[in-house]
Design a protein around this ligand. Structure first.
Ligand code: KG4
Ligand code: ZN
Length: 337
């Protein structure tokens, strides 16, 4: 390591994953993630418990990232952290730690927007999309169509007006009696089911916007009526229910993506965020891309869900532009792209 090498420690603590990563000269060396299982029995993330778990997990996670990187903390050039959007208490743990560590090491601080980082996860490994590209960012907190003009220049061209698609997966899964987070379980059961078995309404919003709150209510009323006739309806039809719900959600996502492609004339297409791990979305989108001649970019699974490697990647671009922040920086629960 010479003085000219850029090595950054990045920290992610916006929701329920505590993560740290080291990046050297734009190459991610590791991505340590501690997943919080404490929320499972509550059917959703409990903010107070998330903050406490970050407090317990953060130092061990950072230690492991530094140790396994083979570089010493004195060789770090900067500390990066997720400033938002996310849960305030969770963000505070990461931001406070980053400030303290940067102060102790006398190195600069870099703030990162979590949603921007999800998109920049595409630059961790090859193949990388070329600019401009359209990214469909789908997570538990967000659903956005983003026109990406450069590493740090992005424009939201459509987004959900209520629930995120991940929330729709998780909330409908809860109605089916599945534990949190239900998205991956719907994905798993859907593999055995018929996606056309039940029909749920596809909500169409103006422009490139989304709405995912309707499906939850539709599934709730549908199940209530069916359970009156047959108390075992859910268990007897679980795979078909999961496949039909997943089919409807994927359909809604892709209708607007197709419109965005038409509107902007861009054929470089990427997906990001936790829901991009969904196999129904991946398969349908891959088939669509082949048919339409799009170049499709899907990150590795570990870079789809919340992780610090994507924060490190974003921080590397910011470091090169000298985009640092002072110690008076505060987290933002809501943060625009
Ligand atoms: O990006 P992420 O890890 O955290 C947020 O920033 O929200 O996304 C988590 C969301 C959850 O709603 C989870 O259920 C969903 O991603 N998810 C999935 C799958 N894997 C994760 N949803 C459907 N199918 C999956 N395979
Ligand atoms: Zn996320």
């Amino acid at each position: 390591m010479s003085n000219r090498d850029i090595s950054i420690l990045a920290i992610e603590s916006s929701c329920d994953e505590t993560s740290a990563s080291i990046i050297v000269n734009g190459k991610v060396l590791n991505n340590i993630v501690a997943t919080q299982s404490v929320h499972e029995k509550y059917g959703g993330v409990v903010p107070e418990l998330a903050s406490r778990a970050h407090q317990e997990n953060l130092i061990p996670v950072v230690q492991e990232a530094i140790l396994s990187s083979g570089i010493s903390k004195d060789q770090l050039s900067a500390i990066a952290f997720t400033r938002g959007p996310g849960l305030m208490g969770s963000l505070l743990v990461g931001v406070s730690f980053a400030k303290a560590f940067a102060t102790a090491l006398k190195i600069p601080l870099i703030e990162v927007n979590h949603m921007q980082a999800h998109i920049l996860a595409h630059f961790i490994e090859d193949p990388k999309p070329s600019f401009p590209f359209i990214c469909l960012t789908v997570s538990g907190g967000h659903t956005q169509l983003v026109l990406v003009k450069d590493h740090l220049e992005m424009e939201v061209i459509g987004e959900t007006q209520d629930d995120a698609v991940g929330e729709a997966f998780d909330k409908t899964a809860k109605l089916l009696g599945l534990p949190y987070p239900g998205g991956p379980l719907i994905d798993r059961y859907a593999k055995e089911g018929n996606p056309k078995a039940f029909k749920f309404p596809v909500t169409r919003m103006p422009g490139l916007n989304y709405s995912f709150s309707g499906i939850k209510t539709a599934v709730l009323y549908f199940l209530r009526d069916q359970l009156k006739e047959n108390p075992n309806f859910i268990t007897e039809n679980l795979a078909d229910l999961c496949a039909s719900i997943q089919y409807t959600l994927v359909e809604m996502l892709l209708i607007k993506l197709k419109e965005a492609v038409k509107q902007y004339g861009v054929k470089e297409i990427a997906i990001a965020g936790g829901v991009s791990a969904n196999s129904g979305l991946r398969e349908t989108l891959a088939a669509l891309a082949r048919r339409k001649g799009w170049n499709l970019y899907v990150p590795k699974f570990e870079y789809c869900t919340d992780n610090a490697a994507m924060i490190a990647m974003a921080a590397f671009y910011k470091y090169q532009r000298n985009e640092f922040v002072g110690l008076d920086v505060t987290p933002l629960a809501k943060m625009k792209l």
